[in-house]
Design a protein around this ligand. Structure first.
Ligand code: ADP
Ligand code: MG
Length: 316
């Protein structure tokens, strides 16, 4: 049995209009991937990669210039209303009318979606984001963290099966970050598919079941987090030598050999094929004296750096 993906993106393109003869930014260059139901899905990429453009297309805030997208099986062009009803989006910026209370913010949003009074659950949502005691406070008196939690409640007013958060933890402190992680995890346990964008790798690694990486508007990879971290089967040994390095004999276990300084070698090797001792022996056999050694394990960060370096931009 195949289930409909929560989100399906096919050859998605966005070319922003240029100004005064300047060519427009080609922000998405044919991106395709599926977000399976029930997951916490991370959309990762450096600043300017195209993450918000993609999210804003799903939100109906940006008009795509090519490709297709469907949300909960509803094509965003053919069934825009159903598509919109299936998704709740938390934008990166916090915008509220300062004179509404949290309860009113949620009631207004429910009104916007045409939810009849008896079906509203503003109080329960405030409870869920731990703002029940702030129910009647003015939005302007809430802390940054409370505002973010209120935005999540607002995105969930129409009970969408999918919640999308654009950079929920950019520039927030450690405590709030933990609170947001807990909230996201709890919603996911209750069956909500969560998509979040981030440029924090450790956040993606800790929170997400699956990670898609985009860079310069192109999809680089989309894999279960476990598999992506598994790709980090490399270790790195850095040695200071007694003289300048010219060549090192090739070896099956070596993935990369770099010389960050004239008398320094950095060898990235496959830890399944060789040990650090063997790498050092090879260097010594090549006639170098070793003065100092450090080693480290590759992590998601290294995988990310390598994958994004391999995908040089094709145009502006
Ligand atoms: P991310 O969210 O990954 O940081 P964005 O989707 O915001 O990336 O931006 C992708 C690229 O598109 C960037 O080069 C950005 O400058 C450009 N861009 C974003 N919004 C607009 C816009 N409204 N008009 C023109 N270019 C834009
Ligand atoms: Mg962004």
């Amino acid at each position: 049995m195949t289930t409909t993906p929560a989100i399906r993106i096919e050859a998605l393109e966005k070319r922003y209009a240029g100004v005064r003869g300047e060519p427009g930014k080609h922000a998405l260059k044919g991106v395709s991937f599926d977000v399976p139901q029930g997951q916490i899905f991370g959309l990762l990429g450096p600043n300017g990669a195209g993450k918000s453009t993609l999210i804003n297309i799903l939100a109906g805030l940006v008009v795509k210039t090519g490709g297709r997208a469907s949300i909960w099986g509803f094509d965003i062009d053919e069934h825009p209303r159903n598509a919109k009803r299936s998704i709740g989006i938390v934008p990166q910026e916090i915008v509220f009318d300062p004179f509404f209370t949290p309860y009113e913010v949620l009631e207004n949003q429910a009104g916007f979606y045409g939810i009849p009074a008896r079906d509203r659950r503003s109080a329960a949502l405030l409870e869920a984001v731990r703002l029940a005691d702030k129910r009647d406070a003015y939005a302007r008196t809430l802390s940054g963290g409370m505002k973010r939690r209120l935005l999540i409640a607002k995105a969930m007013v129409h009970s969408p099966p999918i919640l999308v958060l654009d950079e929920p933890t950019a520039g927030v402190d450690v405590d709030l970050r933990r609170q947001l992680w807990e909230l996201v995890t709890a919603l996911n346990r209750d069956g909500v598919t969560v998509v979040l964008t981030t440029h924090y790798l450790e956040e993606a690694e800790a929170l997400c079941d699956h990670i898609a990486i985009i860079n310069h508007g192109e999809l680089i990879t989309s894999k279960p987090t476990r598999e992506l971290v598994e790709m980090a089967r490399e270790k790195i040994v850095r040695v200071s030598l007694d003289r300048e390095v010219s060549t090192l004999p090739p070896h099956d276990a070596f993935r990369r050999v770099e010389t960050p300084q004239p008398r320094m070698l950095e060898v990235t090797y496959d830890r399944d094929v060789a040990t650090a001792g063997q790498v050092l022996a090879i260097i010594q056999q090549a006639g170098y004296g070793i003065e100092d050694v450090t080693t480290r394990e590759a992590d998601l960060e290294d995988v990310f750096v390598q994958l994004t370096q391999d995908s040089a931009p094709r145009d502006a």
